[in-house]
Design a protein around this ligand. Structure first.
Ligand code: C2O
Ligand code: CU
Length: 542
């Protein structure tokens, strides 16, 4: 095992990922940032220097469970104070896999993200074989700044961010500047203003690590003319299944295998399309290149259009098809000690549009929970237990709530250490009639078993019989479909304080999250580097 050190400088830079010039947040001048490449067992040290001129920052290691190091999770307001301008911060973890991104305000969609790739130890054989390993990070991209977006989301009347202008594959997209009539803001000479090209050798098999850190969009990915065999999801081996189209939600990672077995006299499209919202964004495209003399030659076919955006049953079927690999099943505990039902609703609070769980819209306290609890600080957050359930027998999920008002809260869920917890997410109608949304839910500090997905209203007396306790997949992010429900189970066995939230950045910004605590008394001494904001005290030095 090695110690790998990265030195990252976080700064604002003008970038043109889809040819349109925009102020982005970059790492060492790049967006996406560098890929962290490690092997299981390595220790990764990232020294983050915040060179943003006027802004704090925080970086979360998404999918890394931080066992024994809950203070390194990188979640501003929950596990640490923000990194102040000019500050340095050292994150240490023994990697498991996958993504990193900003966890402060709406900095993620400004471009502060990247992929973490962790190889198995020497001598370990994976349950599939391939010749080459590539990552494809998918993003959605707006030309408006995230500051304007955040201001609009907080305003009365509410100003929605609308659909993205472009979809990016590895930080590259193509915005049609001429069509927009605004060629002066386009920089077609920028090195990033060209499609992503993945060159293949005929006959070889490729592992594609497809990851999504979209701020809003659910996506469907395909490689024109090639089947994909899904072999891994969120760091766990999957019972292999073949698809032409892969649905992927923000915060998810998949490995698929493709074989370059098609006519080698042409190139093929890599394509990402918006699903689950009515698309107003052209497909994000890249090129699968067989032609070594013309890597950027456009494929002679139309850009793949993806499946019907509103085919919920199709998406539900793919989510349900995800099962643990038969040789890598880690069965869940047979029963749970506690079940939490979380009703997902859109609400109004003093005229502001917000998202709420059981009628409470999440608000960050000024002092991070982890520090508040370890230092026994009072009056930091509401210490009454957060609501465990809602009136599921009577609540009408198919209509806008008759009373759209909710409250803003800082209360959290506290678990007995090592207990088993079920959470059922229930999607309901938003404030507009006949409309419900898709939410990718992500849990920090844990992987959870996905026990079931269903449509309509979850009834604990009936639907628990549908839970898959045989071969459920372990994940850290799971989709919740419109007017549907999703049931997960996890062990509260990782001492710390952990966010659980919708990975749509604007939804989380509007309160769509909760906080879990377990085993706080087992958390070791907190490092000073996470402190200094709110009521958190730095130790006295004489
Ligand atoms: Cu990838 Cu709390 O998020
Ligand atoms: Cu959401």
């Amino acid at each position: 095992a090695k110690v790998i050190e990265y030195r990252w400088d976080v700064s604002h830079q003008f970038k043109s990922p889809d040819c349109f010039r925009k102020l982005a947040i970059t790492i060492n001048g790049e967006t996406p940032g560098p890929t962290i490449d490690a092997q299981q067992g390595d220790t990764v040290v990232v020294v983050v220097n915040n060179s943003l001129l006027t802004e704090n920052a925080a970086i979360h290691w998404h999918g890394i469970r931080q066992i024994g190091t809950p203070w390194s999770d990188g979640t501003e307001g929950v596990t640490q104070c923000p990194i102040m301008p000019g500050d340095s911060f050292v994150y240490r973890f023994v990697p498991g896999t996958y993504l990193y991104h900003a966890h402060y305000g709406m900095q993620m969609s400004a471009g502060l993200y990247g992929v973490i790739r962790v190889a198995v130890p020497d001598g370990t054989v994976e349950p599939f074989a391939y010749d080459f390993d590539h990552s494809l990070l998918l993003n959605d991209w707006w030309h408006q700044s995230t500051y304007e977006q955040a201001a609009g989301l907080s305003a009365v009347p509410f100003v929605w961010i609308e659909e993205p202008q472009s979809l990016l594959i590895n930080g590259r997209g193509q915005f049609n500047c001429a069509l927009a009539g605004t060629t002066d803001v386009c920089d077609t000479t920028a090195p990033e203003c060209s499609p992503y090209v993945l060159s293949v050798v005929p006959g070889k098999t490729y592992r594609l690590r497809i990851a999504s850190l979209t701020a809003l969009s659910a996506l469907n990915f395909e490689v024109e003319g090639h089947n994909m065999t899904v072999v891994e999801a969120d760091g766990h081996y999957v019972k292999p299944f073949v698809v032409k189209n892969l649905n992927i939600y923000s915060g998810e990672t998949y490995s698929v295998l493709i074989t370059a077995d098609q006519d080698p006299s042409r190139n093929y499209w890599l394509a990402a399309n918006v699903i689950a919202r009515q698309p107003r964004t052209p497909a994000g495209t890249g090129i699968l290149n067989y032609l070594h003399d013309s890597p950027e030659e456009k494929p002679p076919a139309a850009t793949p259009a993806g499946p019907m955006w509103n085919d919920t049953e199709y998406r539900l079927a793919q989510s349900t098809a995800l099962r643990a690999h038969p040789d890598h099943i880690l069965p869940p505990p047979a029963t749970a000690d506690r079940m939490i039902l979380l009703l997902n609703t859109q609400n109004l609070i003093d005229g502001h549009t917000r998202w709420a769980l059981n009628n409470v819209s999440f608000n960050f306290p000024h002092t991070p929970y982890l520090i508040a609890m370890k230092q026994n600080l009072s009056d930091v957050f509401d210490e009454r237990p957060a609501p465990e359930t809602y009136d599921y027998k009577h609540y009408d999920i198919y209509n806008p709530s008759s009373n759209p008002n909710a409250t803003v809260g800082t209360s959290i869920y506290r678990f007995e250490f090592d207990s088993t917890v079920d959470v059922v997410l229930q999607s309901a109608n938003i404030l507009k009639p006949n409309k419900s949304e898709t939410h990718p839910w992500h849990m920090h500090g844990h992987d959870f078993w996905v026990l079931a997905h269903g449509m309509g209203r979850f009834d604990p007396d009936v639907d628990t019989a549908r839970f898959n306790l045989v071969d459920p997949i372990l994940k850290n992010t799971v989709d919740l479909q419109p007017f549907g429900w999703t049931a997960i189970r996890f062990k509260a066995d990782n001492p710390g304080v952990w966010a659980f939230h919708c990975h749509v950045e604007s939804h989380f910004f509007m309160g769509m999250g909760v906080v879990f605590e377990e085993g706080i008394d087992r958390v070791g001494e907190l490092p000073e580097s996470i402190m200094g904001c709110g009521k958190s005290k730095l130790p006295n030095r004489s």
